[in-house]
Structure formats: structure tokens, C-alpha cells
Write a protein that binds this ligand. Structure first.
Ligand code: DGL
Length: 281
């Protein structure tokens, strides 16, 4: 069985990269719902519905474990998927998200620090980061802010322009004023402007990209759950139709326009074949 990696779009390729780097022995299938992205301004119900469709699809492709490599989907859908959907329909499969590894890391290393979180509107409005961090570090002081203009700027490739820098600086201003010690990049796209954000926040501030934490958490999870790990196919041993000869991750998307192909090239740092799939039938 494969490891499925799901994101609303292609930002989650930053997480896939870390997964492939830290756990290269497994077979990955990445699914981006580009036709319906961005999710960040959608309602909770819609985000849940789309995420459930995506997970169902990845399970049908032979994924034993799905990682929600999307902060928005993790914030709005992960708990319900784990508590209701899996027990009712797929008790032997697992779904993990990006939020919990980050909350655990903060509780372990920064519990007494001032923490800032940036993300999409849906992620911030869900309060999921605050809830998961406070569960583990009751006294954590947390400031959060939605930065809805950043995803379109990054997708347009405009993030290195003067207006983009001005907008980013404006979003970060409250965190600088409040002198946060840690800033969480609570949206997969922000990994692509981490250098700019780090520079703007200054040396004193730790800028946390959940991608690496997520990959490390997967390794720990698989070591602690051999019953899941044993089911996963390893590179070259795949017998399922999708993965007989393909050593690279398999990339699926609900939209494969030229714009999407260019984004893959930019985010992955090279060409990766992309196949179009449909989730809503
Ligand atoms: N990938 C999403 C996340 O990590 C952001 C993009 C979107 O709004 O769909 O939150």
C-alpha cells in the first residue's frame, strides 16, 4: 500500500519533499485538488466535504495511510475524519495531519514563549492550532493572523516583488510589535517565502515550517505502529497498478492545465508527470 499525501493544491509538495527525503523507502501518491483550490476562504462544511472525497479517493488508489499535507484541511477536517469517518468506513486505515506534529514540537520546545501563527482564513478561524497547542502547553501565549493575500501572490510567482514584500511586512507587523519568539508557517505555501519571512522577523525569531516536523512525525509514527508500517509497499516492491516501475512519487491533480504544470516545476524543482483525476462523482 502507498502513503497518500493530500493538499488543496501544490503547496504540499514542500511536505512531500521532506517525506521523500526522510523516508525514501516508501511509495507516495500526491493528490492536489487544484480544480477547487484554494480552500482557505471556503466554509468548514465545504472543506470537510472536499477533504473526505480526497481521502476516499486515495484509499481507493491503495493508500493505507493518508497525510493531510494542508493546514486548512487538517484544521477543518482531520478530527472529524479520524473520529467519525475512519471508524465507520475504514477502520484499518489511518489519516495524519500537519498540525499535531507542530503543536507537539511547540509544547516540547517553546511552551513558555510567545507564539505567532499565520495561515489561511479557514485555518485561523478554526482555532485548531490554538486548541492543539493549548492542549499540550496550557499557558502558551498565542497570536494568530490570517494572511489571505499570500497564497495568490506566491502562486503568481509575485512573491519577490515590492508590493508582495509590503503586504507580507504588513501581515507580520503585529507579530513584530508583540515580539513573538516563534512564528509558525501555518500554510504550506509559506514554505516558499520562508527566507523572506525569516529576514523580516529578524534573527531573534524562530520561523517554524511544519514540513520537516511532519516528516519526522511520520517516521516516529511508523516505528510505533508496525501493523501499519508492514502494510506499506517499499520502493520497487509495489505490485499495485499505479506503482510498478515508477520510482518518483505519483502526482495526481483535479486540474492539469499548463499553469498547474508550471507550478509543479517550480515547487518540486523539476518535472514530475501529472495525471488528471476527478473526485466529485
Ligand atoms: N495548502 C493550504 C494550507 O496549507 C493553503 C492553500 C489553500 O487555501 O487552499 O493551508
Amino acid at each position: 500500500m502507498f502513503i497518500g499525501v493530500f493538499d488543496s493544491g501544490l503547496g504540499g509538495l514542500s511536505i512531500l519533499k521532506q517525506l521523500v527525503r526522510l523516508a525514501p523507502e516508501y511509495d507516495y501518491v500526491y493528490l492536489g485538488d487544484n480544480a477547487r483550490a484554494p480552500y482557505g476562504d471556503r466554509s468548514s462544511e465545504r472543506i470537510y466535504e472536499f477533504t473526505e472525497q480526497a481521502v476516499r479517493f486515495l484509499f481507493a488508489q491503495g493508500c493505507g495511510l493518508v497525510i493531510l499535507a494542508c493546514n486548512t484541511a487538517s484544521s477543518e477536517a482531520l478530527r472529524r475524519l479520524q473520529q467519525e469517518f475512519l471508524p465507520a468506513e475504514y477502520p484499518d486505515r489511518r489519516i495524519l495531519g500537519v498540525l499535531i506534529p507542530t503543536a507537539e514540537h511547540i509544547a516540547r520546545h517553546f511552551a513558555d514563549k510567545k507564539i505567532g501563527i499565520i495561515g489561511t482564513r479557514a485555518t485561523i478561524q478554526s482555532d485548531a492550532y490554538v486548541r492543539e497547542i493549548k492542549k499540550r502547553a496550557t499557558h502558551a501565549r498565542i497570536e494568530q493572523r490570517a494572511c489571505p493575500l499570500l497564497v495568490p501572490l506566491i502562486e503568481e510567482g509575485w512573491h519577490n516583488t515590492t508590493p508582495a514584500r509590503q503586504i507580507t511586512r504588513k501581515y507580520l507587523q503585529p507579530f513584530r510589535q508583540k515580539q513573538v519568539n516563534v512564528l509558525v508557517l501555518g500554510c504550506t505555501h509559506y514554505a516558499y517565502i520562508k527566507t523572506m519571512i525569516t529576514r523580516m522577523m529578524g534573527k531573534r525569531v524562530t520561523v517554524l515550517d511544519p514540513a520537516l516536523l511532519c516528516a519526522k512525525a511520520l517516521k516516529r509514527y511508523l516505528a510505533a505502529h508496525p501493523e501499519i508500517e508492514h502494510k506499506l509497499s517499499k520502493k520497487g516492491s509495489g505490485t499495485d497498478s499505479l506503482c510498478e516501475t515508477e520510482p518518483d512519487p505519483i502526482l495526481l491533480s483535479t486540474d492539469t492545465s499548463d499553469r498547474i504544470k508550471n507550478l509543479v516545476q517550480r515547487y518540486w524543482g523539476g518535472a514530475l508527470p501529472i495525471e488528471r483525476v476527478q473526485l466529485d462523482h
